[in-house]
Design a protein around this ligand. Structure first.
Ligand code: SOE
Length: 389
């Protein structure tokens, strides 16, 4: 960074699979495109399998590795702990990291339960460390631009939010019983894994949710025992079957504190939809809609357009005026999924410098967790549930 003295921020990451690869890439790419006072250094990565973590460290450019996450947190040459492990490990790791005075960045959902999430939020506050939760989609330039349009009043009063997150990677009944399908490890299924992203987008763009009513379903109740093998692939380890203890699909209605009405749907059983994370917002002066699989585009409809010219216009959010986009290539030279994580890490690095936790942070994580819990309660009781903030 020309003219500004950079400070090294030494990262210790726990886990190294799909999201570990994604975060490693973001730390490494950040200085290519963004100027930050804090320069991330890939200091050490932790994992239990020594051969595998050593190989991951070498491949992704980490200077060292540990086979015990507690040892990583104890190290005095680490400033930030990055947690990319399955959800049941989050609370212990984050609380230990906060107690050790490390800043924390963590994958979603924050925890398994509201009680855990609250203890984590209390620990980061008490130890005065910077904290952030990885809801990456709000960092797509088109989503940030949607937020600007809403803030500028372009849509006027908001009436509807419609959030869908559709996947199909477990639709085959032979897909094994991996950690993502066990409640004690993941907390919930489609709800915490992907509806959580839609909830974050909704809270970012519209505001706080007041109440929800929903339904959840598990279509395939038993699966062969197996494990994830990177990305969203898995392998069967045994011909024994185990019980699926999370939801395959969830749908819920919500009312926001500002009166906006919403519908949400998340499923891993929508054949043909690989990562269809979409939202549409309808306001008194127009509508916007976004589709992750065409993430550079924002569709905008304005009621004030002249008769005959009315219709959704397609904005390719790759111009300098679109948040983050100007840091990359000339207009029209699109960016992708991994760049949303670069933007998230950029905000986190700015937070480490300023001492202010960027949004979404652990307080957002607790609110999101309360919404997840309320949807589950509502699915069980078949009643509307008010969120108790
Ligand atoms: C699997 O459903 C997954 O990798 C999620 O865990 C991520 O959070 C989501 O962004 C993509 O899909």
């Amino acid at each position: 960074m020309v003219g500004v003295k950079q400070k090294e921020v030494r990262i210790g990451m726990i886990g190294y699979q799909f999201m570990g690869k994604m975060h490693s890439h973001a730390y490494r790419d950040l200085p290519f495109f963004f100027d930050t006072e804090a320069r991330p250094v890939l200091q050490a990565v932790a994992g239990r399998n020594e051969a595998a973590v050593k190989q991951a460290a070498e491949k992704m450019g980490w200077a060292s590795y540990e086979t015990d996450w507690r040892r990583l947190i104890e190290r005095d040459d680490i400033d930030v702990i990055d947690i990319v492990t399955p959800n049941h490990t989050h609370a212990d790791m984050a609380i230990a990291a906060a107690e050790a005075g490390k800043h924390i960045i963590i994958e979603k959902p924050l925890a398994l339960t509201v009680e855990q999430a609250e203890r984590m939020a209390e620990a980061v506050k008490r130890n005065n460390v910077v904290h952030m939760i990885c809801h990456n989609y709000r960092f797509a330039p088109a989503v940030q631009y949607a937020k600007k349009l809403i803030q500028d009043g372009v849509l006027g009063r908001l009436y509807h939010f419609r959030g869908n997150y559709l996947q199909d990677f477990i639709i085959d009944p032979a897909f094994p019983l991996v950690w993502r399908l066990k409640k004690e490890v993941s907390g919930s299924g489609a709800l915490g894994d992907i509806a959580a992203h839609s909830i974050d987008l909704a809270r970012f763009l519209v505001g706080d949710i007041h109440e929800v009513v929903g339904t959840m379903e598990t279509f395939i109740k038993k699966r062969p025992i197996g494990e994830m093998v990177g990305g969203l692939s898995a392998k069967v380890d045994s011909d024994q079957m185990g019980e699926v203890t999370v939801d395959d699909a969830v749908a819920f209605l919500a009312r926001f504190e500002n009166g906006t009405v919403a519908t949400f749907e998340a499923t891993r059983f929508a054949a043909g939809n690989r990562n269809k994370n979409t939202f549409e917002i309808n306001g008194e002066k127009g509508s916007i809609r976004w589709d992750m699989e065409n993430m550079n585009n924002l569709e905008v409809y304005l009621t004030e357009d002249a008769p005959g010219l009315q219709g959704f216009r397609l904005i390719n959010c790759t111009e300098d005026i679109h948040p983050y986009a100007g840091a990359y290539w000339p207009p029209g030279h699109i960016i992708g999924y991994e760049h949303t994580f670069i933007h998230l890490i950029y905000e986190f690095m700015k937070g480490v410098t300023s001492g202010e936790s960027p949004r979404p942070n652990f307080e957002d994580g607790v609110k999101n967790q309360k919404i997840l819990a309320a949807v589950e309660t509502s699915a069980q009781t078949k009643q509307w549930v008010t969120i108790d903030y």
